[in-house]
Design a protein around this ligand. Structure first.
Ligand SMILES: [Zn+2]
Length: 273
């Protein structure tokens, strides 16, 4: 075991109640971590922030590394990442729906290093990523966490209208094939070299998309994504109200006048060429 309070020069902080609310920078702490896992984490974060358009952050908040519970945390071989703080920007994992491109860019590169990555849509992981190396990096259709990631990037990066439920079926397979063809990657996704290529290109494309200025239309998409993820009881009423607003003549003509299509095709061409 090693004790660390920084990683790759990034300060490691703790921000959980009672003293330090989640989503703040919290306070720097020393964490115990297993040595080989630390090397893997360093390599992963180096690759993430080499590609990330925001560069190396000042602070990462973690809910814990060595934690007295069963599984990889009990051996100091798992990391929970709550939030990332740059000088003037923040990624709080709980706010995934407002920072989808940046979030999925980071996750794509994390997945090149960790066989287990549990994200925002995985049960009990709404407010942090859990990463560990207890299994190899590859894609299995039966894996809920891997399929959630795949469906999230199909929908939020590549614009495919897939249902995000963590269960692979004909729809997920069909859209995956379309995207692999567009990216010039061999199928199937279950072959490791193809999957790694997909993670790498998707990370780069997501980061490129994250650089574009936020437009009212993207904010509206965020709102629609939030509504889609409400509990069923509330969703219907809110989405009816939202739709009446959007269908109103004046709203429609205002929105129609705003120029925005992030040019996914142009970005894909520039990355794969
Ligand atoms: Zn964890």
């Amino acid at each position: 075991m090693k004790s660390i309070d920084t990683i790759n020069g990034i300060a490691l902080h703790y921000a959980r109640l009672p003293q330090h609310p989640y989503g703040t920078r919290g306070i720097q702490r020393t964490f115990k971590i297993e040595e080989h896992f630390l090397e893997a984490l360093e390599a992963a974060l180096e690759e993430v922030f080499d590609h990330c358009p925001l560069g190396k952050p000042d602070v990462i908040t973690t809910a814990g590394i060595l934690v007295d519970k069963p599984g990889q945390h009990g051996h100091g071989k798992a990391f929970d990442l709550d939030a990332i703080f740059w000088q003037d920007q923040t990624l709080i994992t709980q706010n995934f729906l407002h920072d989808k491109e940046l979030y999925l860019g980071i996750e794509s590169f994390l997945r090149k290093h960790f066989g287990i990555v549990l994200n925002h849509f995985y049960p009990n992981h709404q407010d942090h990523w859990h990463v560990d190396q207890s299994v190899n990096v590859d894609y299995h259709e039966s894996s809920k966490s891997e399929t959630l990631y795949l469906q999230m990037v199909l929908k939020y990066i590549y614009g495919k209208p897939v249902i995000i439920d963590g269960v692979s079926g004909p729809q997920t397979r069909g859209f995956t094939k379309e995207v692999f063809n567009r990216l010039n990657i061999n199928t199937p996704i279950t072959t490791k070299v193809n999957y790694l290529k997909f993670l790498d290109l998707t990370g780069k494309i997501a980061f490129e998309l994250s650089k574009e200025t936020v437009t009212p239309k993207q904010l509206l998409e965020n709102l629609e994504a939030v509504v889609d993820n409400l509990p069923l009881d509330n969703r219907h009423q809110v989405s009816q109200a939202l739709n009446s607003f959007l269908d109103h003549n004046e709203t429609a003509s205002w929105l129609g006048g705003i120029d925005h299509e992030h040019d996914l095709d142009e970005i894909i061409d520039s990355i794969i060429s």
